[in-house]
Design a protein around this ligand. Sequence first.
Ligand SMILES: N[C@@H](CCC(=O)N[C@@H](CS)C(=O)NCC(=O)O)C(=O)O
Length: 227
Amino acid sequence: MRPIRYYYDLMSQPSRALFIIFRLSGLQFEDCAVALRNGEHLTDEFKQKINRFQRVPCIEDNGYKLAESVAILRYLSAKGKIPEQLYPKYFVEQARVDEFLEWQHITLRITCALYFRQIWLEPLLTGKTPSQQKIETLRQHMEGNLDIIEQVWLAKSEFLTGSHLTAADIFAACEIEQTRMADYDVRIKYPKVRAWLKRVRQSCNPHYDVAHKFVYKISGTGPQAKL
Ligand SMILES: N[C@@H](CCC(=O)N[C@@H](CS)C(=O)NCC(=O)O)C(=O)O
């Protein structure tokens, strides 16, 4: 049995989340970096041989191809490759982590990703900057979800789903870190998020900083820096 092939780009939030989870789990993987910026995922070969949706992250496990970060997490957990602390096996605890993973896709992820995309990526690709009104709307949508992280998910616990780090924290932190590249500093308005991000980074390092090396470089901010 050869190790899984992991196709990812460290500029992609769910790719970074799985990268950190794999490293923390001691999972061996064949490193298959994909440069989204060069359109490496847009070729027919990628579509036919790697991922029919032409996205990252995705894996190939001895001929079995799988896309979607959360599905990959669950698949590898079922194979016994992910420690229980990161993705619980007991259904009650697992459901709490799943609750977050399901919640985040169309709330935190979509609004942070749109903020990053429209303020950093689109101007780079098109040379056009969004209007102040547009930026304000994107910020409000994103902050609506950051409010929920601060006031609901972190209301009573050190980590999103309880007293210790799980995959939920890693997925969320990777989404929030992406906004650094669009010069957003989540730490200004959100003291609980700020303290929690520190805990997540500490619990995941050195892998967290490896995964975020391009985020730090592009944003011009090291992990400790004020933006
Ligand atoms: N729901 C998917 C999202 C995957 C996704 O959106 N990947 C982005 C990078 S973060 C991608 O590959 N984009 C390439 C494109 O849209 O052309 C997951 O969680 O894996």
